[in-house]
Design a protein around this ligand. Structure first.
Ligand SMILES: CC(C)(COP(=O)(O)OP(=O)(O)OC[C@H]1O[C@@H](n2cnc3c(N)ncnc32)[C@H](O)[C@@H]1OP(=O)(O)O)[C@@H](O)C(=O)NCCC(=O)NCCS
Length: 227
């Protein structure tokens, strides 16, 4: 996936950069119509505030041990609380690793210019005592959100789970966001959450190995209990 910056000196980002002299070397237009032009307006500012024209590629790969602090930083920023308080989602990833519940092939990072800007992880869960897969957290650094990074991570992790012959991936999340990746409400397929209040956000993505026999109560890895 490439995010191609427009080479256009009349570009509103360029004009705004000249006006406001942002401190960051990476500038984004807060007024973009992302629905129409998502992914096309990353602008890189050189130190003299001129626009550098280049294509920025997003690389997806499995997480390696050296990524751990960057992954922690991604979730800390993505799930930051307005009061600046502790971010349980960031600690959750560490706790899942510590418990040995992360599925290594399903812990994927997204990099732009060699910086980790997003991460998704799946962990070992169970459905009625049989092995299953729980997805989350998924996070993208705020400065890189709404450019397709989250979508790329989701497609990558689902394809990897499919390649592992996992029958399904389960998550608790926003229906509007996850529907486009093939998630559907889990209860009609016979998969129920431990907490009935989750039902309207509790979703499953059946994969190729799905045969409908995986039914019952879904339990996340124990690290999720801290959330
Ligand atoms: C959710 C998240 C991972 C999406 O990553 P992203 O790189 O911004 O996603 P994409 O660019 O692929 O897709 C953006 C689209 O998702 C939508 N979207 C983002 N967060 C959403 C949410 N919580 N619910 C519904 N839709 C959402 C946006 O409206 C956008 O749609 P649009 O461009 O049509 O307006 C990112 O916004 C994030 O890290 N959020 C904070 C952490 C979080 O809520 N994680 C998910 C729960 S585990």
């Amino acid at each position: 996936m490439g995010l191609r910056q427009r080479d256009d000196r009349e570009h509103p980002v360029f004009s705004r950069a000249q006006r406001s002299q942002p401190r960051s070397r990476i500038g984004f237009d807060p007024d973009l119509d992302y629905g129409r032009r998502r992914g096309s307006r990353l602008s890189l500012l050189d130190s003299d505030m001129s626009i550098r024209s280049e294509t920025v590629f997003v690389i997806l790969r499995r997480e390696v041990p050296n990524d751990r602090s960057a992954v922690f930083a991604v979730h800390t920023a993505a799930f930051a609380r307005p009061d600046g308080g502790e971010v349980p989602e960031a600690k959750l990833v560490s706790a899942l690793r510590g418990a040995g519940d992360v599925i290594p092939a399903l812990s994927i990072v997204a990099l732009i210019n060699e910086e980790v800007v997003g991460h998704v992880v799946c962990s070992r869960a169970s459905i009625d005592g049989r092995p299953s897969v729980g997805l989350g957290p998924l996070g993208v650094l705020p400065a890189y959100q709404r450019r397709g990074v989250g979508q790329a991570l989701m497609h990558a992790v689902l394809a990897a789970a499919d390649a592992l012959d996992e029958p399904a991936v389960v998550l608790l999340g926003d229906l509007g966001y996850y529907r486009k990746f093939g998630f559907q409400l889990a209860e009609p397929l016979g998969i129920v959450p431990t907490d009935p209040h989750w039902a309207e956000h509790f979703q499953v993505r059946p994969l190729n190995a799905w045969d409908g026999s995986l039914r019952g109560t879904f339990r996340y890895a124990t690290a999720f209990d801290v959330l």
